[in-house]
Design a protein. Structure first.
Length: 707
């Protein structure tokens, strides 16, 4: 990033270092918002990020210096994600875990000595000094991060939650040490040790939850292709010189060239996808990921876009059609001209959507930020007033000190530190047994007020795999035998479903010859001395096959029910209709009924066409359908529901669901789905069935009631 950010940059993103509570985020946000040229600033404690909207050119160094003056660090967000286990969230989680493992055994021994020994412990020198010896490493070793941050705040004349923790535990420890040395019996070593033990446990859970943001982004970035087959050389002779990247040499210079293959006047060169520029010609073979967004200039194939669009069927592509990076070419060879690379691709847009959703704040969080900004100084003032009142009015500075310490300890986030980790451990343990992974305490709070559950269709309510559902023919076995024979060599999911169904029924398939895949229409092949055609209406007409009206009508009814209908025929006539569909999961209707019984509205969102979506929704009892929704629009649809006052739980499993999962009040991911969906969610169902949705909500509500 340059030293000066222009107004055209519009928004700057930063990592904020040193924040330990909501009051820290509020203070950094307030300071950034006051800087010249800043129109608006928002700091999110959960993600450790600051987003600054500009109204005029701004010196980035000035923003960093302003934040540094109040004791925090500000640096531009790194565009390169750290390897797994090496990011700042991973290091923080490991550091807090080590402190948990040290503090808990020591604290439990101190508690045992203090609580179980009765009055004799307070008079036994060995027990008294043992508590001192065990508490000291907890106070100054395990609790060092709290003390260090409190000292930093003090040097800059500010305070935060760490200030309360440091003052409270040091007061309890110091007062107990004074009593130990002077022969007094009021020892509070166990208070200091246990509070710190619970707080470091809470910080560990917090660090683990924070790591999900970075993991989600890493999972998204991993989806794209790593390499690309770029066509180089001889482009000028082919008359397509305008398709090459501007300024690119006709032969590769440098880079990692792993193979070349002659194809006419062009040469295939395997290069890292980062070296592809707009205008490059790319060769994509069957089974390979499309490296970047582009336009097909040669070839025909079916492309599986389900990961990004939610469409259950692969989409036929021919010259002139657009293709999206990270989708999979399933059959033919495609030549694609790159139209968008790097941060301009659809995949990069989804990454930004997840980042934007994670950086946003709800009304409750904004209220908490405002409260925390004044909470700490108010508590310190109250503790000081308590000490003064006891000292001046009651004439008992010792009792005043105990009362002041009590105020500080109670004001520390001890309720969260004590109740929440215990309830989470029990709740998550029970959830794991039921196949439900609960990720944070905020999840438990949000589930209380859920009013609407939104399901993604493909892979969530449905199996995500094509199956043969109906065979309409005079002789169904004969139709399946011949259609299955020619489809046995097809790579298209519809063809595979037909051939698989024939084998599952025990039908022996004859060998097929002269097989030909007709992209976008169907297939033909010779079997048992007949030329068999399988495909759409248009293919039947082009092959000169007569389509009986009864088959045409039945196909229309099957399509209205959400199926994909194909015809099969030979010897001048269509012999029957084959219907395939992405079938419902077992229990899908039952779970919708269960949610309705819990007074929850149920909706479905999908990239499929309206007719297919309506048929699926009717089959499971869903009365609100959002169909033909693009990946970039899913989060917007969820946001629109929330804007109408609904509290939304989103259930999904695909990459296209990730922004919506984050945008929803409660994100629920199917554990058999994409990693990014799981990382972006609040609840994860470890099994593939959707019955866990109601179980998850009920379990979360019970756990929250426990807290």
């Amino acid at each position: 990033m340059s030293d000066t950010a222009t107004e055209q940059d519009e928004v700057l993103d930063f990592d904020v270092e040193g924040m330990t509570c909501g009051s820290c985020a509020a203070r950094v946000q307030r300071v950034l918002g006051k800087q010249e040229g800043v129109a608006h600033a928002e700091v999110n404690f959960a993600t450790g990020r600051a987003r600054v909207a500009l109204g005029a050119p701004v010196e980035v160094d000035a923003l960093e210096a302003a934040v540094d003056r109040i004791g925090y660090g500000l640096k531009p967000v790194s565009t390169a994600p750290a390897p797994d286990g090496e990011g700042p969230e991973d290091r923080a989680r490991q550091a807090w875990l080590r402190r948990v493992l040290i503090s808990w055994p020591l604290a439990m021994v101190v508690v045992a000595l203090s609580m179980l020994g009765g009055e004799t412990v307070m008079t036994d020198p060995r027990a008294r000094w043992a508590m001192f010896a065990l508490t000291t490493p907890v106070q100054f070793g395990v609790g060092w991060p709290f003390l260090r941050e409190a000292a930093r705040r003090a040097r800059r004349r500010t305070a935060n939650m760490d200030t309360l923790i440091a003052l409270g535990t040091l007061a309890a420890y110091g007062f107990s040490t004074f009593q130990l040395l002077t022969g007094g019996h009021e020892l509070y070593f166990e208070s200091a040790a246990v509070i710190i033990a619970f707080l470091v446990l809470g910080r560990y859970f917090e660090a683990r939850a924070k790591g999900n943001a970075g993991q989600a982004i890493r999972a998204l970035l991993e989806l794209g292709a790593k390499d690309a087959r770029v066509l180089r050389g001889g482009v000028e002779e082919s008359g397509a010189e305008d398709l090459r990247g501007e300024g690119r040499a006709s032969t590769p210079e440098g880079g990692d060239v792993r193979g070349e293959e002659r194809g006419g006047d062009l040469v295939e060169v395997m290069v890292p996808v980062g070296e592809v520029v707009v205008g490059d010609l790319l060769r994509v073979r069957p089974g390979e990921k499309i490296p970047t967004d582009g336009e097909v200039v040669d070839g025909a194939s079916a492309v599986d876009e389900s990961l990004l669009t939610g469409e259950s069927l692969p989409v036929e592509k021919a010259p002139g059609d657009r293709v999206t990076g990270a989708t999979v070419n399933t059959s033919g060879v495609l030549t694609v001209r790159a139209t968008a690379v790097g941060g301009e691709t659809a995949l990069a847009s989804i990454v930004r959507l997840v980042e934007d959703a994670q950086a946003s704040k709800g009304d409750v969080q904004r209220l908490a930020d405002r409260v925390s900004a004044v909470f700490v100084p108010l508590v310190i003032a109250l503790a000081a007033a308590t000490f003064g009142a006891w000292s001046l009015i009651a004439g008992s500075p010792t009792r005043g000190l105990v009362a002041a310490v009590t105020v500080l300890i109670i004001a520390c986030p001890c309720a969260l530190g004590l109740a929440t980790p215990t309830a989470i451990m029990v709740g998550t343990g029970r959830g794991a047994a039921l196949g439900v992974l609960i990720k944070s305490v905020e999840v438990l709070e949000r589930t209380r007020t859920i009013t609407t559950v939104v399901f993604d269709k493909t892979g969530t309510l449905t199996e995500g795999r094509m199956r043969l559902t109906d065979v309409v023919a005079g002789d169904a076995d004969e139709l399946l035998r011949l259609a299955g024979a020619v489809e046995a060599d097809s790579e298209h999911p519809i063809g595979q479903a037909v051939a698989r169904a024939a084998r599952d029924r025990g039908i022996a398939l004859p060998a097929a010859t002269a097989f030909s895949a007709l992209a976008g229409h169907g297939v033909r092949g010779d079997a048992d001395g007949r030329t068999v055609w399988v495909g759409r209406r248009k293919l039947m007409a082009e092959a000169g096959l007569v389509l009986p009206e009864e088959f045409d009508d039945r196909a229309g009814r099957l399509e209205a029910e959400g199926n994909t209908a194909v015809f099969a025929g030979w010897e001048g006539e269509v012999r029957g209709v084959l219907a395939v569909a992405d079938t419902l999961k077992d229990g899908a209707r039952a779970i919708v009924e269960r949610l309705h019984a819990m007074d929850l509205d149920v909706a479905m969102i999908t990239g499929d066409n309206a007719r297919t979506a309506d048929a699926i929704a009717a089959a499971v009892g869903i009365d609100r359908v959002l169909s033909e929704v693009l990946p970039s629009e899913k989060a917007g649809e969820v946001a629109a529901l929330r804007a109408r006052g609904e509290v939304v739980a989103m259930v999904g499993d695909g990459v296209n669901d990730a922004p919506a999962l984050v945008q929803a009040d409660l994100g629920i991911a199917i554990g058999t789905g994409a990693d990014v969906a799981i990382e972006s969610s609040d609840l994860t169902l470890l099994r593939g069935d959707v019955e866990g949705v109601a179980t998850a909500i009920e379990l979360s509500r019970r756990t929250y009631r426990t807290i």
